[in-house]
Ligand binder design. Sequence first.
Ligand SMILES: [Zn+2]
Length: 429
Amino acid sequence: MRCAAVLIALALASPAGAQPPVLLKPDRVFDGTEAAPHAGWVVLVDGKTTAAGKIDAAKILAVGPPDQVTVPKDARVVELPGTTLLPGLIDAHSHLLLHPYDEVPWDEQVLKEPLAERICRAAVHAKANLLSGFTTLRDLGTEGAGFADVGVKAAVEKGVIPGPRLLVTTRAIVATGSYAPRGFAPEWKLPQGAEEADGTTLRGVVRAQVLAGADWIKVYADTPHGPGGKVRPAFTLDELKLIVATAKDAGTLVCAHATSKEGMTRAALAGVATIEHGTDGDIEVFRLMANRGVALCPTLAADEAMARYAGWKRGTAEPPRLRSKRAAMKAAVEAGVTIVNGSDVGVFAHGDAARELELLVEYGLTPARALRAATGDAARVLQLDATLGAVRPGRLADLIAVEGDPTADVGALRRVRFVMKGGTVYKAP
Ligand SMILES: [Zn+2]
């Protein structure tokens, strides 16, 4: 009887599972689209609802100086002294189904780790990314783990595991014989880290991936293949155009892995939305990208990690690949290409994705611009800007607070004190 009375009281206080609004009080707010933070601003967030199908869906109600934000009497106040509040970070190039290659080489992950192990790892990786401030990931390929990303995304959306919002690409597409694992006896047909397709069969593969749940289509426009293992174009321009056209009809966009000038040029001409890596791009191809509105995910942190795995140490002379990357970034910025934060996390440790933002600053962006590459600019390029990427009324309440001011010192992103996704608090001081 006593229990029943308590339940009735709770029901009266919180009709339909709704909770009171939350007032967040950091030292300052960086809104995700501007150059400087606003000192003393507060943010009012709608109470989260526990109704079915409404996980992480609470929105921002108001933002501004305290005297301009009307706070309901029952609002719960969260004090965040010493912090900057900003939109939850977006990483547009992740691999939840991979872990660092210095732990287990890529070939062994793809060929020897059971699918169930890889999915369990992905769940752990999802949580690590969320708690380090990344509330949205575009996951660019399961690397041999089939359609596992679709299920991981569903588990996050249903509240089964904590994780970022996910845009998934499923298997990704490679030209026959252009990807990996490679280098085995020719009589063996090994499973590949992505789906092989060529010519007109590309249509069916794009459609099957969309049917399986792909939000984006990923294609490898160039890879090391052929004599000497040089990076060469993998698809013809017509093949890339066919992929883009088929994806577009299905309401999805295409991103292209491309490191060579020719691969990048074909991808840009074919109409992809983003190019991944761009390591050997020059001013000419970056101007083409800028003119066609193709954004770049530089994946600086992955290149740095690969150099480390090959024996390079920070502070010593950089290997050619990193020098090339620096030149490419300089040219991309000069050409006016939109830079989107995309780290290739998975190549290096999940939870460490802020490394990309540190490197964006080291490679020449201001901290505020690097932050926009992971918030407002990323949301716009990923076509999520109606709901994410800014601290504005009506957007989803994906908000993080970091100790210090990341627009002055990007290293503040290493001190994440508060993580909210759609009104649900995943980390609090
Ligand atoms: Zn990648």
